[in-house]
Design a protein around this ligand. Structure first.
Ligand code: UD1
Ligand code: UDP
Length: 362
């Protein structure tokens, strides 16, 4: 079997690494790792290759940033050449970023089977560019690998037949479980002067939260108000950094409310594991905190990952800063509640995906 694996943005690397490892172990799969270059800063890309022990990409498309159409089109043009040349048996895409959409479109048009890892998630909110990416990718995919039972319901509703749906679990959790012990060796807490269970970890990068300077300012005020409970540590995504740097008056970092550069995978796992709470609008972090049992307040009006609320530690607060504060204070006062880990979030998802693909192609 010859498989092309696609990565492009930060949340792709930890979803592809377990597959690269699994295929290498089996020894009967020829893999080609293609990096589109959607994310390119050292701390948004290279650090993940090191932390996740990923081989250098075989091909780097170097598309960089741009409008949605520009970025998607650049990936398509460059990726089409690779696929024409390589003619793989399958193209494996993960998640819901523009690179995912672009590469699945190319595969589908060249009639190469596409396998979508993390299929069927739906926020039912077309204001999220990712929702469009998810819907189009799923409809084009020959293999829809799902993380939770409701994903199958979503896919069937959109006309995806059961023969294309495979409930395999959550591949992000394969990486988390594989690297948790190693992350224990990270010195990031000491480096930043953070004490176990005595800080709030924040990430924000959704356009709906960060692209409007006034909305962002209100959220910052709320986060600042939480320092009466614990210091706040905020690794800032480059999209958010752009807004912070152009804000007037400037947003101030302080000892109690500290903004830092994005951190690598192992350091971030370490920071999540020992946080008193995580406040985020990330997709993947809702899932990782569920497995770690760390309370998570999600700053969004909806989530495509409802299982993290039903079973896990996630609370959907909305984007109103007062509601975010209320949700956070409630959790800080009562501590983490009971939680369960969703079925098949067990570290063996890559194995199950490889089994399905091997059966089909070998
Ligand atoms: C993208 C994904 C989003 C995902 C997020 C994960 C899409 C539509 N969005 O959002 O689903 O949750 O990645 O982090 O695919 N930039 C840099 N350096 C980089 C990368 C980006 O400075 O290495 C800056 C650029 O100014 C760029 C902006 O961030 O214009 C946004 O980057 P882009 O990849 O378009 O979207 P994200 O907001 O990162
Ligand atoms: N992450 C990281 N460093 C950071 C912030 C996040 O390693 O500074 C990891 C996080 O643990 C998760 C992934 O990046 O594995 C989530 O990516 P992101 O929030 O950018 O994207 P989303 O999941 O929202 O698409």
């Amino acid at each position: 079997m010859k498989a092309v694996l696609v990565v492009g943005a930060r949340p792709n690397f930890m979803k592809v690494a377990p597959l690269v490892r699994e295929f290498a172990k089996r020894g009967n799969v020829e893999t080609l790792l293609v990096h589109t270059g959607q994310h390119y800063d050292q701390n948004m890309s290279k650090v993940f290759f090191e932390d996740l022990e990923l081989p250098e990409p075989d091909i780097y498309l170097g598309v960089g940033s741009g409008s949605h159409a520009e970025q998607t089109a650049k990936v398509m043009v460059a990726f089409e050449i690779i696929v024409e040349d390589q003619r793989p048996d399958v193209i494996i895409v993960v998640g819901d970023v523009n690179s995912t959409l672009a590469c699945s479109l190319v595969g589908a048009k060249l009639r190469i089977p596409v396998a979508h890892v993390e299929a069927g998630l739906r926020s039912f909110d077309l204001d999220m560019p990712e929702e469009i990416n998810r819907m189009v990718t799923d409809i084009l995919s020959s293999f829809c690998f799902t993380t939770s039972p409701e994903a199958e319901v979503n896919l069937r509703r959109e006309g995806v037949g059961g023969d294309r749906i495979f409930y395999v679990g959550n591949i992000m959790i394969d990486s988390l479980l594989h690297y948790l012990e190693k992350a224990g060796g990270s010195t990031i807490l000491a480096d930043l002067g953070l004490a176990e269970r005595d800080y709030i970890l924040v990430t924000l990068h959704r356009p709906s939260n960060v692209d409007d300077p006034e909305d962002l300012r209100s959220l910052f005020e709320t986060l600042g108000s939480l320092t009466e409970y614990h210091p706040v540590i905020f690794p800032v995504h480059p999209r958010t950094r752009k807004m912070i740097d152009s804000a007037s008056p400037p947003f101030k970092s302080s000892a109690a409310f500290r903004m830092i550069e994005p951190v690598g995978y192992l350091d971030f796992l370490r920071m999540m594991k020992s946080a008193s709470m995580v406040i985020t609008d990330s997709g993947g972090i809702q899932e990782e905190t569920t497995v770690l049992g760390v309370p998570c307040v999600t700053v969004r009006e909806n989530t495509e990952r409802p299982i993290t609320i039903e079973m896990g530690t996630n609370v959907l607060a909305g984007t109103d800063p007062l509601k975010v504060r209320d949700a956070a204070v409630r959790i800080l006062k009562k501590g983490p509640g009971a939680h369960r880990i969703p079925p098949l979030w067990d570290g063996r998802t890559a194995q199950r995906i490889a089994d399905v693909l091997e059966k089909k192609f070998s």
